[in-house]
Design a protein around this ligand. Structure first.
Ligand code: PAF
Length: 280
């Protein structure tokens, strides 16, 4: 696996592939890679001739008081995992390679960015949309793959690509879970052993809510309220639990068939998010 740090170097390598008529799949990450990321790389390999992975802890998507400084940086292990997964090119820029000191341009996907995680993390999705747009301009991939654990992020990115006519196919890849149901996340390592015992209850709550919907319960506010109460009793500090339409994340009505249940809750210092999507 080749590693490059600078944008012009990356462009040179990709140009040689392009001249030979090859296609490129791209997996943007913030590192601290787990099985979920490696699934993205494996899926990417099926979609194009070459796979580029970026590792960049993007300061623009962290709010004041969030974990930008302490976000786990595990470059050595990440390289080994990507190499073993047959990644072709690792892009590992520094902040100064990506953002001009007086950068002035921000990409914001309106409305979608202000819902759910956007309420408790103002500016987060503009940070995500801006870096993903920049990385797309740098890599110019044919396809890009994102984990569906971050379902709202996936919808924001799909909408950005549509609205800005960015010629990249966006592919969502299913969440990888621990055997107890906990969604894999780079932030799971923040939890204490005791919290790790409680954490799978987030997914269990989502499953129970999904089962209620599938059994025909139509009062979605009641389902949401029960889930919030359950999470609180289990020791979480719930942020939101919402029965939504999967297409645009608006609150679902009894007529909607394709649904996603979105949830976020704090467990101690760790903020966990998860979701389930299904059709009724
Ligand atoms: O999902 C992530 O890891 C990040 O939000 C992303 C898409 C790499 C942008 O920094």
């Amino acid at each position: 696996m080749q590693t490059v740090n600078k944008v012009p170097e990356l462009r040179d390598v990709i140009k040689t592939w392009r001249v030979a008529g090859a296609s490129v799949a791209f997996v943007p990450t913030m590192g601290n890679l787990h099985a979920g990321h490696l699934k993205l790389v494996n899926e990417a390999k099926k979609k194009a001739d070459y796979v580029v992975v970026s590792i960049f802890v993007n300061p623009a998507q962290f709010g004041a008081g969030e974990d930008f400084e302490t976000y786990p940086r595990t470059e050595h292990e990440d390289r080994e995992k990507l190499d073993a997964a047959n990644t072709d090119l690792l892009f590992l820029p520094a902040v100064a390679d990506i953002y001009a000191p007086d950068t002035k341009t921000v990409v914001t996907v309106t409305e979608l960015s202000d819902l759910y995680c956007g309420v408790s993390r103002p500016g987060h999705f503009s940070g995500v949309a801006t870096i993903v747009c920049k990385l797309f301009n740098i890599v110019q991939p044919n396809v890009a793959l994102f984990g569906l654990k971050d379902f709202q992020q996936w919808v924001v990115i799909r909408t950005m690509v549509r609205d800005l006519n960015i010629p990249v196919e966006i592919i969502g890849v299913d969440t990888v879970r621990e055997s107890n149901g906990l969604a894999m996340s780079s932030r799971n390592g923040y939890m204490t052993d005791a919290e790790k015992q409680v954490a799978p209850k987030l997914y269990q709550t989502l499953c129970a809510a999904r089962d209620s919907v599938l059994m025909g319960v139509q009062s979605y506010p009641d389902i949401e309220w029960q889930a919030l109460v359950f999470l609180e009793k289990a020791g979480f500090e719930p942020d939101y639990f919402s029965v939504c339409r999967s297409s645009d994340l608006k609150k679902a009505t009894a007529e909607d068939l394709d649904l996603v249940l979105l949830a976020a809750a704090k467990l101690g210092k760790t903020r966990l998010i998860d979701n389930i999507y299904f059709s009724r």
